[in-house]
Design a protein around this ligand. Structure first.
Ligand code: NAD
Ligand code: UGA
Length: 318
């Protein structure tokens, strides 16, 4: 099968490409290498894929490129490209979220409609729930995002629904819960925490560290993503969460153990747009996708620390 992956050079997209290639598929990866973080990191993410004969990279901006021919032969499109990041989405930056999150999604859906692509899988986010009334949160809970980023993901979901309802397209929406592991984006917590631990710099902790997240290892998120392409129900929404809720302060303790030396913590104000807690009810994903996350957070953290320390040694990170 030939698949298109948007956001192919990013954290989750590049890991998805590697999985699809290993499973014997042809992959066309699309990415514009936005400057949210360094191009060399993204190039490194796809270095193995680029060596693979079944991989092709299209460096293109989804907002301006002609996409129909790129998606025309695809058995499915995984749409992961977007402007991510919760806390940075206020102020002038929001226009980037509208552009790369909402407009790009509409253009991908339009191209898939024109080219009659059999199925689209859209990467949404736990941030669409906002501060959920009860946890774990199921897919039919009210959506009240509290960050502009969450609103951009909600809008992306609604576009998927409208194209599905309006044109009979098969679109499956996935709500990822804070994904971590090798290649994690440099703005995200584990990356920042581990890097500071390795380099002896101080760690910014937002609030008192009691906030919790249902952290999800990237390979588990990717397994749920390929399962959604294979057997997700058209129009369905699925939570993909790792299955264990951790407080940020407990994560810091685990990193201290891995680093083998005390961390230097700097407590800052809680950040506007950050929800207090997340926890995914994955009953539906388990039942309909066979989703079964395997990685425990301590082992996953250790793998991310190993990969980050290799990247630091190779001069890939400042
Ligand atoms: P990432 O920034 O590492 O990857 C996104 C990629 O999309 C980047 O390589 C970027 O260059 C590309 N891109 C952005 N705009 C583009 C455009 N207009 N045209 C072409 N390429 C473009 O982010 P990630 O963490 O891998 O996230 C992937 C997706 O998953 C995003 O849609 C994000 O909202 C969603 N998500 C991520 C998490 C998480 O914890 N990482 C959680 C929930 C949802
Ligand atoms: C992550 C992703 O960045 C979003 O793209 C995604 O949509 C979201 O998950 C999701 O699940 O929907 P976030 O949960 O904020 O967002 O992930 P991290 O950046 O890893 O932060 C986790 C926690 O650590 C947050 O409570 C944050 O406040 C805290 N944190 C983060 C710090 O205390 N210090 C930091 O330097 C960074």
């Amino acid at each position: 099968m030939r698949f298109v992956v948007t956001g192919a050079a990013g954290f989750i997209g590049s890991t998805l490409c590697d999985r699809l290639l290993a499973d014997g598929h042809d992959v066309l990866g699309v990415d514009s290498f936005t400057d949210y973080y360094a191009r060399r990191i993204k190039v490194h993410n796809i270095r193995d894929a680029l060596q693979h004969p079944a991989f092709q990279l299209l460096e293109a901006d989804l907002v301006t490129a002609t996409l129909t021919s790129a998606v025309s032969e695809a058995g499915g499109v995984f749409h992961l490209a977007a402007q991510p990041g919760v806390r940075q989405s206020w102020g002038e930056e929001f226009s980037v979220y509208v552009r790369d999150g909402i407009l790009a999604t509409q253009r991908v859906l339009e191209a898939c409609r024109t080219a009659r692509v059999p199925r689209v899988v859209y990467a949404s986010s736990s941030s669409v729930y906002g501060n959920a009334e009860s946890l774990p949160v199921a897919e039919d809970a009210p959506l009240r995002p509290i960050s502009p980023y969450g609103i951009s993901k909600h809008a992306g979901e609604e576009l998927c629904r409208a194209y599905g309802d309006g044109f009979g397209m098969e679109v499956v929406v996935l709500r990822y819960f804070t994904v971590y592991g090798p290649r994690q984006r440099p703005d995200m917590a584990f990356h920042r925490f581990i890097k500071s631990a390795l380099t002896g710099r101080s760690i910014d902790v937002y609030g008192d560290g009691s906030q919790t997240r249902d952290f999800t290892y990237v390979d588990d998120a990717v397994a749920g993503t390929t399962a959604a392409m294979d057997r997700g129900l058209p129009g369905a929404v699925y939570n993909l969460g790792g299955g264990a809720r951790w407080a940020v302060r407990d994560i810091l303790d685990a990193i201290q153990t891995i680093a083998g030396k005390p961390l230097v913590l700097q407590h800052l104000e809680a950040q506007l747009g950050d929800v207090a807690h997340t926890a995914a009810d994955t009953t539906k994903a388990r039942r309909e996708l066979g989703f079964a996350p395997e990685m425990d957070v301590v082992s996953g953290l250790a793998r991310q620390a190993q990969s980050l320390s290799d990247r630091l040694r190779n001069g890939l990170l400042d």
